[in-house]
Design a protein around this ligand. Sequence first.
Ligand code: HMH
Length: 211
Amino acid sequence: MWAKKHLLYTEATRHPFILSIRDGSVDLSSFKRWLGQDYVFVREFVPFVASVLIKASKKSDDGNDMEVILGGLASLNEIAWFKSEASKWDVPLSNTVVHKANQNYRRFLENLMLPEVDYAVAITAFWAIEAVYQESFAHCLEDGSKTPSELQDTCQRWGNEGFGEYCRSLQKIANRCLEKASSDVLTKAEVTFLRVLEHEVEFWNMSHGCA
Ligand code: HMH
């Protein structure tokens, strides 16, 4: 299980699409496809994060959780960011055809929004979803990367140090919840974590045009 997790995590955070941004060989039509699809994704991600906030307000014994999650929601003003980025790249957002991988991912999120899903499971998923983007885009900003200047804004959006700090806060919350979780919830959280990684890989595949 651990080896599989490790492998999938690397696949999700070092995907060929991300590596192509980092080495400057990225195909701009892939980038635009990703941008349009991610906008659609984020519109579903916001209600998911709101559902995690509601779970935190009911279940959590640590007053800090709500602040961290609220901070995440505020940064999901990605909606506005997407709109300006899309107009910069001439990507129409209104009639985007929602790709299969995106539909599957959004359906997965919808299920995680159900009230019967444990807070520990939902916050683990939330952390993993954010962490994949953080680790992926931070990789494109490291010394020695040849990320094209016009893609720097996008990489900064998720790759910046503040976003990294926020992901570490989410991880701390998830760890705290999992330490106290029953073995049943722990298993569900593990499975959910792996599903997130699979969906992220499929999402990148779609942008890259290999799906
Ligand atoms: C597919 N995963 C996907 N899109 C995002 N915007 C994030 C994660 C992080 O916010």
